[in-house]
Write a protein that binds this ligand. Structure first.
Ligand code: ADP
Length: 524
């Protein structure tokens, strides 16, 4: 951490599902030191709105309010004034969440519909069976060819359609050109740059690619997807590179005018960028609530036949991007939370390490946490959780061990799919997220994946990625090479079991997976 003058830093605005944070970074890629000695950062939670079971919304105005507040607080912590002027602002955000607002008043016409929201599930189920749009769970389909994604309620397109179909007057207004659509990055950018008084309406390729509306080959909006969903192109933001001067801030009570907003990346892509995974074959895996693995495939827009998504990793120049394959797993660290909150086996997530170390192994127990089905690479929503291999010997210690192993086996499942799809052998992966503090888990991961697991010194890679993108665009950092040089390793975990042992365990995991699959059909 370094003490800096105000223009010798980049402000990263990290707008997540539950909270918004601002961290100020210096040239070394570390947080600026605040006057109390800690990092110059501030975080604020926002409300989760659940109007019906399975529906999730946020108040977009509250998010904008939090964003202004955290920027101001971070500046005050660093420089004792909110009228500081960082060299640039970078934005990273929860992906896929949808905001629609009135171009003239700046008021959202409905709450932000959050990526987790299931309200369009039935529509997606019908859509994916329609002639011409049929898709298999892990393979092809027209939507996949065009967008790299699956027809699924997770992505923005059908949420936007829902607003146009269900909010009174919205469709008409949209067709008359009076409404604007944005993912959270776009909403924040528009407001930061002046809102109704000339705000910039733009997004970056990584966020645009999560809407089901962008063609991943042309990096532009796809007419056929828009037609099918009934979305007028006039409401869509301009798609720009991730590292690009989008516009200048307008002066508000919270911050100064004239600061370039010059970086935007969706959260998982930001983590890849913050981990300096700039070369094809480099992988990062984030261990938070879920698991999110991205593999840089360079110029190759690899189409997955194994249940992965194809997505732009980042773009540094208009019309060109670096691609990635992405695998997401629903239950990562959340499995540990389940042991803590539902079974009350442990008092804290950290305790999982203590009990796993006491157990030393899982005594043949395999735990498949398919609580809401299985995501990548299986995409089997009929699967449910299973714990198999139980004997009377088994105690809580072995169950905790098996729960941690489940995180590692699911990671290996995604890794195998990535290697098949890309023909790249992954010899090591960079890791981040809350659960990487658990050394035992990291060692298990190296053993089960058979590859090195590399943990960075600085673990807030998402915010750092946004800062990097913003800093590159304004010359605060001069090249990717400079950024490569800033990445510092904390520790590498290397595989310490034999290949035979690894494969025997993995075979059992696959047997356990089969037990969990198709459960709902069998029951009915
Ligand atoms: P998110 O950003 O998704 O909220 P975080 O990156 O903050 O997630 O990580 C929190 C998750 O990591 C929680 O699900 C928690 O159970 C898990 N976790 C945190 N610390 C540990 C630990 N020491 N061992 C295992 N899991 C942990």
């Amino acid at each position: 951490m370094h003490k800096k003058t105000d223009n010798d830093c980049i402000a990263a605005l990290d707008q997540g599902t539950t909270s918004t944070r601002c961290i100020l970074f210096g040239r070394e890629g570390l947080p600026v030191v605040s006057h109390s000695g800690g990092p110059a950062a501030h975080q604020q939670e926002h409300a989760q709105i659940y109007p019906h079971p399975g529906w999730v919304e946020h108040d977009a105005n509250e998010i904008w309010f939090c964003a202004q507040n955290v920027i101001r607080e971070a500046m005050e912590k660093a420089f004792s004034t909110s009228s500081a002027r960082p060299a640039a602002i970078g934005i990273t955000n929860q992906r896929e969440t949808v905001v629609v607002w009135d171009r003239k008043t700046g008021e959202p016409v409905y709450n932000a519909i959050v990526w987790q929201c299931m309200r369009t599930q039935d529509f997606c189920a019908e859509w994916s069976k329609m002639k011409g749009w049929e898709q298999s769970a892990v393979g092809c389909g027209k939507a996949k060819d065009k967008t790299g994604l699956l027809v699924n309620n997770y992505f923005s397109g059908t949420k936007l359609r829902w607003i146009l179909e269900n909010v009174e007057g919205a469709k008409d207004k949209a067709h008359r050109g009076n409404l604007l659509f944005g993912t959270i990055d776009t909403w924040l950018l528009w407001n930061l740059t002046g809102g109704v008084k000339g705000g910039i309406h733009a997004t970056d390729v990584t966020n645009a690619s999560r809407t089901l509306l962008m063609n991943i080959k042309t990096l532009d909006w796809d007419e056929e997807m828009l037609d099918f969903l009934g979305i007028p192109v006039s409401m869509l933001p301009q798609i720009e590179p991730s590292s690009h001067v989008y516009g200048m801030t307008a002066k508000t009570a919270a911050f100064e005018g004239g600061i370039p907003v010059s970086g935007i990346l969706g959260d998982q892509q930001a983590a890849l960028f913050g981990q300096a995974c700039f070369d094809p074959g480099m992988v990062k895996n984030t261990y938070g609530t879920g698991l999110f693995m991205l593999l840089n495939t360079g110029d190759v827009c690899a189409s997955s036949q194994n249940g992965l998504l194809t997505t732009p990793a980042y773009s540094l120049e208009k019309g060109h991007c670096v691609y990635a394959l992405e695998g997401s797993v629903a239950m990562g660290g959340a499995t540990v939370q389940w042991l803590r909150d539902n079974l009350r086996m442990i008092d804290s997530a950290e305790d999982s390490e203590y009990f796993a170390n006491k157990a030393k192994d899982s005594a043949g127990v395999y735990f498949v946490p398919a609580f809401s089905g299985l995501f990548a690479p299986y995409w089997d929503m009929s699967a449910r959780g299973a714990i198999v291999g139980l004997t009377r010997y088994v105690r809580k210690e072995q169950l905790v061990y098996a729960a941690l192993e489940s995180i590692c086996y699911q990671t290996r499942d995604v890794l195998e799919a990535m290697q098949k799809d890309s023909n790249v052998h992954v010899s090591e992966m960079k890791v981040d997220g809350g659960a990487v503090a658990n050394d035992t888990l990291m060692q298990m991961q190296a053993d089960i994946a058979g590859s090195g697991v590399v943990r960075p010194m600085f673990k807030e890679t998402t915010a750092l990625g946004a800062a990097y993108a913003a800093g590159l665009a304004v010359g605060f950092w001069d090249s990717l090479d400079t950024l490569r040089g800033l990445w510092k390793k904390d520790r590498t975990f290397s595989p310490a079991i034999t290949p035979e042992e690894r494969e025997a365990k993995y075979k059992n995991w696959r047997k356990a997976i089969e037990k969990s699959r198709g459960w709902l059909e069998e029951e009915s």
